[in-house]
Ligand binder design. Structure first.
Ligand code: SF4
Length: 507
């Protein structure tokens, strides 16, 4: 179980690697999306080399287990719990289980409902264990439709195949880049609200390149794969060719009165692996989703070279805190920012806290990084960063503008962009929003040279305020102090394109 957890967290399966390599080859050279995909593939390779988490967000660990009749499932559960605890202590997983009422992190990835373990029996004589680590950023972009429904851009979606088609196209649009696109979707049709979502998530255990045995569903999967990328949302929502890398659809019976279509969105960091275990020895007999092939993630070398060329033409600005208002007003959407010096992490608990409390340090002119890192303490008591990609920023929308103004913060960095309230505050106060590449946890951890300290540890490791010294930390200005937002632009253009799919396709 320990091996399965560590491999799943650090080593992306080959079908996913192939899909990412293909997207990278198709992305227009020199665009922000192409540069993001290069960062993503570099990150995947770094995670391989260091046996470190691909993304800092461990996500919800979900085990699907099939056992022969007579196997003691309680023992398996105990082994999983022990392995989860060990993998967390070893920095392979981030402590990710939080008491919903008190906000307290259990610290070991165990707690009510964590991890999720589903058992079923089968008549084979081996144990089949599959694990998916699905991050919170993409989990938040899951969506469930109840048909008939009126969908933005697409009009009426009825209780038929064409209505389902509209729901799926809409689900890709509503996710924008916030689930760390380019992503994969599992779709569940029918059931009740709960089983419909479960069916959607189960589809994520299918391989990206399998073929749906149900003809109508195959047609639908092909249609979505052909057309969803035309929405132009692109990697990280920066615009571009690669928005969706896989679509798997399942159907089950429903009640006459209900018609649910559920979509489980998975980011590019699609961490799922499996093992077949000998029931008497506990040995791993076979790895699932591994085919022995070494996937070359850099087949698109021409694109990378061209991207590097264009990067030279992109304005690159070096920032070091404390940053002045004048420096910020000079920045425009599309600029690449290279950060040296200090930045401070802050996510949900910190933002909530800062609304009514003083900051533990002077934040005037500083940079706040929306990030919940994986941290490990050595024997001398020094902290080390094991993974540190950005988290979804939109969650801080209710607080961000007020906090920037209250403390004089000049830049906030995360992923997926923020909304109109923050954009207005950036304009009034003189601030920028920087988009780092979601999931590039190893790439960014490498830019962090020293952990200078930590405050508010009572919120737990991911939610504490870490004071980090960085070097060469690159991000893109996607919201500036002149009222421009790349996120709002891509949302608008993709909604216009979505409307082109309004006419019925499946009669
Ligand atoms: S890649 Fe993005 S959505 Fe996926 S787990 Fe990491 S931060 Fe979350």
């Amino acid at each position: 179980m320990y091996e399965l957890i560590v491999e799943t967290s650090t080593n992306l399966p080959n079908d996913v690697r192939r899909a990412i390599a293909k997207a990278k080859a198709q992305e227009n050279a020199g665009t922000r999306a192409a540069l993001s995909l290069s960062t993503i593939t570099e990150n995947i390779e770094m995670a391989d080399e260091k046996v470190s988490p691909i993304c800092q967000d461990t996500g919800m660990p979900t085990f699907e287990i099939k056992t022969p009749v007579g196997v003691n499932q309680i023992e398996i559960k105990k082994a999983i719990h022990k392995a989860m605890e060990q993998a967390t202590a070893d920095g392979k997983l981030r402590p990710n289980s939080v008491d919903s009422l008190t906000g307290k992190n259990s610290g070991n990835n165990l707690g009510g409902g964590t991890p999720v373990i589903h058992f079923s029996q089968w008549e084979e004589d081996v144990i089949d264990v599959r694990l998916i680590l699905k991050g919170g950023g993409c989990e938040n972009k899951n969506v469930q439709y109840s048909l008939p429904a009126e969908l933005e851009g697409l009009g009426r979606a009825g209780r038929d195949l064409d209505g389902i088609r509209k729901c799926i196209m809409h689900s890709v649009y509503q996710a924008q880049g916030q689930g760390c696109s380019a992503g994969f979707i599992g779709v569940g049709i029918g059931g009740d609200r709960t089983t419909s979502y479960s069916l959607a998530k189960e589809q994520l255990f299918r391989t990206v390149d399998d073929v749906n045995p149900v003809d109508d569903l195959k047609k639908l999967e092909d249609y979505v794969m052909e057309n969803a990328n035309k929405l132009g949302i692109g990697t990280m929502g920066f615009g571009g060719e690669a928005t969706l890398l896989g679509c798997k659809i399942g159907a089950m019976n429903r009640l006459p009165a209900s018609f649910f279509v559920s979509v489980a969105y998975n980011c590019w960091a699609y961490r799922r692996l499996g093992v077949v275990i000998d029931q008497s020895t506990g040995d791993i007999k076979e790895w699932l989703y591994k085919d022995g092939e070494t996937v070359d993630l850099n087949t698109a070398s021409k694109e990378i070279a061209a991207a590097a060329e264009v990067q030279e033409k992109t304005r690159e600005v070096v920032l070091e805190a404390p940053i002045t208002e004048e420096q910020i007003r000079d920045l425009k959407v599309g600029d690449v920012v290279i950060i040296n010096g200090m930045m401070h992490t802050g996510r949900d608990a910190i933002h909530h806290h800062l609304m009514d409390h003083d900051a533990p340090i002077d934040l005037d002119g500083q940079i706040i990084y929306h990030c919940g890192p994986v941290m490990l303490k050595d024997e001398e008591g020094n902290w080390h960063v094991k993974a540190a990609g950005p988290t979804t920023s939109i969650r801080e929308e209710p607080y961000q503008g007020d906090i920037m103004k209250k403390f004089g913060i000049r830049a906030v960095m995360g992923k997926g962009g923020m909304g109109p309230k923050t954009l207005k505050a950036l304009e009034e106060h003189g601030g920028v929003y920087l988009n780092a590449i979601g999931g590039a946890a190893q790439y960014y951890a490498d830019c962090i040279k020293e952990v200078k300290g930590v405050d508010l540890m009572e919120f737990g490791i991911p939610e504490a305020m870490w004071h980090l010294e960085v070097e060469g930390f690159a991000a893109i200005v996607t919201m500036d102090s002149h009222g421009n937002s790349l996120h709002a632009d891509v949302d608008k253009s993709s909604l216009e394109k979505l409307a082109e799919f309004k006419e019925p396709v499946f009669k």
